[in-house]
Design a protein around this ligand. Structure first.
Ligand code: C5P
Length: 407
């Protein structure tokens, strides 16, 4: 996923209820557009909706089973209507007919769609579509007022030529407008909304030859946890990751790289950023030349490895200049005299904060690859020693510190 294409819909789940209206055909395009943006779309098609679009075309686009009948025992065993209504982040009804809205306003549950709408604990959005007389009818307007009072969200219909030949209000919102309404709904809000955070995580692999490489034991867990914690505060997060076994977090632009030089190039491409966190355990050295062929054994003698130093990404990002992020945070993984080494690193790298941790083996357990971390935070104003905690909690605490820095 590229920087420009990351959508607030990425990783989100929609339950789309397609009602019976000629405009149901627009939902086929809607499903395609939502899936392109990384959204999972599961569909309930009402009986009248089936007159306009087929379960087959919907499933072809959604990549999921299309649910049509409340009393299908097989469906109830596989996915009960309660679960169906709750395994989503949002329920959208499009087209929402006058009849469907009347039932919703009255709390009627006489089919799968209306039952799911009554059973859901998730926000519900309606995109009404009907003839303009029906739209302006006092009963419809009364129902809409009731639904709004019940907390239901609306994507208002447009005006224009209607399928029945009349002209007026009642046209299902255009697909672009429905996508925009969903993006607005899911757009991150939070104290770090509008901030761009760049994070490096994981190890780097420095190829020696086509089969061997220099690496280290970093799992990427702390960097990924920070990416999620900062995303949850509303930041736009770019995560430049070396090889790990971790799934790419939803709603985060993850750029996979192998070597330190690739990591540097990806970071430079992701700039400008407001905050950078260099959490990656970057290999300090690489061989001066990557061999094209596998190096063969040489009569028992070790082939010499000529090592050269890798670029120091943290130091480069911390260098004063127009593109320097306002807050540059480095990590210091040490196995001895942690505090002294961390203080020296703060001065040497030119960064604003250092998060120092002891990665020596404790009772045979290493921080690297483990789920806990015990860190100290060094800033210009002093040092805070934090208690050992799960990496998710360390991430949350550091994310809160970053929030405080900006507020
Ligand atoms: O110098 P040292 O490797 O101990 O510094 C650790 C910090 O510097 C970490 O934040 C690490 O991500 C960063 N670093 C880097 N590029 C390197 C080496 C370290 O960004 N080549």
């Amino acid at each position: 996923m590229t920087l420009d294409s990351i959508s607030p819909l990425d990783g989100k789940r929609l339950l789309l209820i397609i009602g019976g209206g000629i405009a149901a055909y627009k939902c086929l395009d809607l499903i395609r557009r939502l899936r392109e943006r990384g959204m999972t779309v599961r569909v309930i098609l009402t009986r009248s909706g089936e007159q306009f679009v087929t379960p087959l075309s919907i499933s072809g686009l959604s990549g999921e089973k299309t649910y049509t009948d409340l009393f299908s025992l097989t469906d109830e065993v596989e996915m009960g209507h309660i679960r169906l209504s709750r395994e989503a982040d949002l329920v959208l009804v499009a087209p929402a007919t006058a009849d469907m809205m009347a039932k919703m306003a009255a709390g009627i549950a006489d089919n799968l769609a209306t039952t799911a709408l009554l059973a859901t604990d998730k926000p519900v959005m309606l995109a009404p579509s009907m003839n303009s007389q029906m739209w302006h009818h006092a009963a419809t307007q009364r129902n809409i007022a009731q639904l709004k009072q019940d907390g239901i969200l609306m994507i208002p219909p447009g005006s224009g030529q209607l399928a029945c030949g009349e002209v007026g209000a009642g046209r299902l919102a255009e697909v672009d407008d429905m996508v925009a309404a969903l993006e607005t709904f899911f757009r991150p809000s939070g104290p770090l909304a509008g901030k761009h955070v760049l994070i490096t995580a994981g190890p780097t692999y420095e190829a020696i030859d086509p089969v061997r490489y220099i690496a280290n034991r970093s799992s990427g867990k702390q960097g990924y946890a920070l990416a999620r914690a900062l995303r949850d505060l509303g930041a736009r997060v770019s995560l430049v990751s070396g090889p790990t076994n971790l799934p790419e977090p939803a709603g985060i632009e993850t750029i996979q790289i192998e070597s330190a030089r690739e990591m540097l190039a990806a970071c430079e491409k992701a700039l400008p950023a407001d905050v950078v966190l260099c959490v990656a355990a970057v290999a300090d050295w690489r061989t001066s030349q990557e061999m094209d062929q596998k190096i063969k054994k040489q009569n028992g003698a070790l082939p010499p490895l000529d090592l050269v130093e890798n670029p120091d990404i943290l130091k480069m990002l911390a260098t004063p200049g127009d593109n320097r992020p306002a807050l540059v945070i480095g990590f210091a993984a040490e196995t001895e005299t942690v505090a002294a080494h961390a203080q020296a690193k703060l001065d040497r790298k030119g960064c604003d904060w250092i998060v120092a941790n002891d990665v020596s083996l404790k009772n045979g357990q290493s921080v690297m690859g483990g789920d806990h971390n015990q860190v100290s935070l060094l800033t210009a104003t002093g040092t805070e020693d934090w208690d050992s905690a799960p990496k998710d909690q360390v991430a949350k605490r550091l994310a809160d510190k970053i929030e405080q820095y900006f507020t």
